[in-house]
Ligand binder design. Structure first.
Ligand code: GLC
Length: 471
């Protein structure tokens, strides 16, 4: 096929509008995705430099204290659930306090659930009555959140879930196709609202792109269960349903430079490793998101990660060239648990001392291991030793000549260079209990080829599925 013919065909295909997608099957067959450009490295530099962000899961579900999936998991009556909004007075909601907590923790950006899978908007939405202005609080929480982030000099991120459990079309689009289209329309309109009403937004974190698509089934013995074919083929490739590329292009027109993740049927500017860290990857930005207290949405009394765990997570992620997006789930009234804010403050104190070995650096050039890893900037490499091996730590940085070195937080460091290998040993008593950091200065800027990732970026649903079965 010649180029012209191909272009004609492509144009004709693009003209297939939602209205022509008469059914789920047809939508699946006819979909031709628009091209979406990924941001360039320069546009994503702030993200790579930031390393540490605060994720916030908060909504009506927070009042029930059973996590953000409570409506679905407990099969609550939707009307009853919606009435929770009448009691959502959020008397302790203080976006500035959240933002100050994030800043004090050394975080550089925030991501708030503007809307989770229950469909309740923390913002003023004109296309849904299930929204903040109709709650007892009668305020646009997202606006206050955005203002607070800006005041504290933090980058502003929105989490948005396209799916909404209140729509039968989400569960069975083949049966309720009109309703499924309503769901899509709501998603597009709300994204437009979020992208137009709050000034510059730096990051959009999608989640909840999957559709049940009949993937849920029921029988007498199992009750509701997930059909085995749920995870394959068309159930996974959700872009044809949401017309993801089309709306993403529109989002980019409204918010040029906004960073978007890989959870909306498009490969994303960055990708998400949900509650896992995995291998070093330098060819594409990524975040590893996890909870400070073992649940996204508020559940009281869950164990809080120790300072050591937080430091180890952040450092392990940074040496692998990712960002740590750490979730806090405030209670229904809007307050964060004190033990959590206290822990975050300790984290900030640690970062105030050692942050320069992480912020603005890149992961590598040494391949990380259980012992720890390295970050670098210019001609400096920071060695982070998290877990000591008996024989100390040995690595090489080829083609670079070590000029000087020093430990940031340990005495009696023995550093040896032999046949291109650098070996570091420190007596047990002199090691830092959290992270022993050694600075190495080389004769020239660090250059290395980096490590390419192999994850499937396009649908990002590998994460979702593991995670949903855990839910
Ligand atoms: C999952 C869950 C969701 C949570 C998210 C955070 O996809 O469905 O509840 O918001 O992970 O990454």
């Amino acid at each position: 096929m010649g180029l012209e013919e191909w272009e004609r065909k492509e144009k004709k295909n693009r003209m297939k509008t939602t209205e022509q997608m008469k059914s789920f099957e047809q939508a699946y067959k006819n979909y031709i995705p628009e091209q979406v450009e990924r941001l360039n490295e320069n546009q994503m530099k702030w993200f790579r430099d930031a390393k540490f962000g605060m994720f916030i899961h908060w909504g009506l579900y927070s009042m029930l204290g059973k996590g953000e999936w409570v409506l679905f998991k407990e099969r609550l009556n939707v009307k009853d659930y919606e009435r929770l909004a009448d009691d959502f007075s959020a008397v302790k909601f203080d976006a500035r306090k959240w933002a100050r907590t994030a800043k004090a923790a050394g975080m550089k950006y925030m991501v708030l659930t503007t809307r989770h899978h229950d469909g309740f908007c923390l913002f003023e939405s004109r296309c849904s009555s299930f929204q903040a202005m109709n709650s007892a609080a009668h305020k646009d929480f997202v606006r206050e959140y955005v203002d607070a982030c800006r005041e504290e000099g933090l980058k502003v991120g929105f989490y948005y879930s396209p799916l909404d459990w209140r729509f039968p079309g989400y569960f069975m689009p083949d049966l309720y196709w009109e309703n499924a289209l309503e769901l899509k329309k709501q998603c597009h309109e709300q994204l437009r609202e979020l992208m137009t009403n709050y000034g510059k937004i730096d990051l959009l974190w999608f989640d909840g792109e999957w559709l049940a698509l009949g993937g849920m089934d029921w029988n007498e013995t199992a009750g509701w269960f997930r059909r085995p074919d749920w995870a394959i083929g068309k159930y996974m490739k959700v872009n044809y349903f949401w017309e993801s590329e089309k709306i993403i292009n529109e989002i980019r027109r409204l918010q040029p430079g906004i960073m978007i993740n890989n959870r909306f049927g498009w490969e994303g500017d960055f990708h998400v490793r949900e509650r896992r860290i995995d291998d070093i990857r330098t060819d594409k930005p990524w975040d590893s998101n996890d909870c400070i207290a073992d649940s996204w949405g508020y559940i009281p009394g869950r164990p809080v990660l120790s300072l050591r765990e937080l430091i180890h997570n952040l450092v392990s992620i940074a040496v692998r060239d990712g960002n740590y997006l750490l979730n806090v789930g405030p209670a229904g009234e809007g307050d964060m648990e004190e033990e959590q804010t206290e822990r975050l403050k300790q984290m900030g104190e640690w970062l105030a001392c050692y942050g320069q070995t992480l912020y603005g650096t890149r992961g590598g050039p040494v391949i990380p291991g259980n012992w720890g890893g390295t970050t670098y900037t210019g001609n400096t490499v920071y060695v982070h030793i998290l877990e000591w091996q008996k024989e100390g730590v040995t690595f090489s940085i080829p083609n670079h000549k070590l000029m000087a070195w020093g430990a940031l937080n340990a005495a009696n460091v023995h550093l040896e260079e032999k046949e291109g290998q650098i070996r570091i040993g420190i007596p047990v008593a002199d090691r830092d209990p959290f992270d022993t950091i050694i600075e190495l200065v080389f004769d020239k800027e660090i250059e290395w080829e980096g490590i390419k990732g192999t994850e499937n970026d396009v649908y990002g649903l590998g994460d979702g599925i593991q995670n949903r079965s855990a839910n």
